[in-house]
Design a protein around this ligand. Structure first.
Ligand code: PA5
Length: 325
């Protein structure tokens, strides 16, 4: 556990190095001339696509898609930019979707630390960023997020400022906040309630609890929450769940949800992850929740590093893909 905890504790230095990475074989794409941007990737790599896509949705007048499967939506054609992210470079869903992108002559760019995605990218000479090896994919979030933003800043002149990113990962109180969160989460199934603006953080939190703490976990998103989840809380057993409301600075809908759940007597914690800008908020929130998920693994006496069920699934996919090949 210590090694993974240290990896998370060192996120600021991982990020500092990652922000100095080179974009290899860059090209310049005029935003007005591209049909849309699709992010392709699974798990700890795929969530990077969710994070950047949510930012782009609000900042760039282009269709944006996230693909977490073997195939691309029909509308992704040669006019689209496809950003493929796989830490290992060997994830079959990602490689299958990339093959499809190449077949459709989409504009491909990639992020990986090696594997077949790296080999293919070199062969094709597409724009790419290599990220530092030696981490578990989920612990390499700072590297992959930095790479995605560097790529888009270069390719479509996105102009995202990364100036304060490292700073938020140096918060001296983060470990204490994470310890608090981990002790709160013991003994129930975690449920993260988030507002739509930081939905990717909810996904990330769920994935971290799944993979590090070996627990199932749920994400509920406002305002949609108010049209279904809210009813589910009318009679869900109180001792089953531990609810964390992720608040992005000013409360609004998140405060309403917390108040409602408190009135119903649920065990609840409000975690304010707001750090000014969108990316800083996502980085800080992912850091604290990542640390908490590793600490929770310790409190539950499970190994946060091994993900044998993912390996089991990946073996199945390998035989399944052969069957369809
Ligand atoms: O965090 C993890 O270990 C997983 O969710 C992986 O990210 C996922 O299996 C995909 O692998 P990769 O990130 O190497 O493409």
């Amino acid at each position: 556990m210590r090694e993974l905890l240290d990896d998370y504790l060192n996120w600021s230095s991982q990020l500092r190095k990652a922000l100095a990475a080179d974009v290899l074989d860059p090209v310049h794409l005029d935003v007005g001339s591209i049909g849309g941007i699709a992010f392709v990737g699974m798990g700890g790599s795929g969530v990077v696509g969710d994070v950047v896509a949510k930012y782009l949705e609000r900042e760039v007048a282009l269709p944006v898609a996230t693909v977490k499967s073997f195939t691309l939506p029909k509308y992704v054609d040669s006019g689209w930019l496809v950003v493929a992210i796989s830490y290992s470079g060997n994830t079959l869903e990602t490689l299958a979707a990339v093959t499809e992108a190449v077949r459709r002559r989409a504009k491909l760019c990639t992020i990986s630390s090696g594997g077949r995605l790296m080999e293919l990218s070199e062969k094709l000479g597409v724009p790419r960023v290599y990220v530092e090896r030696g981490h578990l994919p989920r612990a390499a979030l700072p590297s992959m997020l930095a790479a995605a933003v560097l790529l888009l800043n270069k390719l479509i002149e996105l102009k995202v400022s990364t100036e304060r990113w490292v700073e938020v990962l140096k918060d001296p109180e983060a470990l204490e906040v994470a310890e608090d969160l981990a002790s709160f989460l013991v003994g129930g199934l975690p449920v993260f309630v988030v507002t739509e603006d930081i939905y990717p953080l909810g996904v990330r939190a769920k994935n971290e609890v799944n993979e590090n703490a070996k627990l199932t976990c749920k994400v509920e998103v406002l305002p949609e929450w108010g049209h279904n989840d809210v009813v589910g809380w009318e009679s869900t057993p109180k001792d089953l769940v531990k609810i964390v409301v992720l608040r992005n600075g000013a409360g609004g809908l998140a405060d309403f949800a917390a108040e409602y759940l408190r009135k119903l007597d649920y065990s609840l914690k409000v975690l304010d992850v707001g750090r000014g800008s969108y990316f800083e908020t996502i980085l800080y929130g992912s850091w604290v929740i990542g640390l908490a998920s590793v600490l929770l693994a310790g409190l539950r006496s499970v190994d946060p590093e091994s993900t044998k069920s993912i390996e089991y699934y990946k073996q199945f996919v390998q035989s399944y893909l052969k069957f369809y090949a």
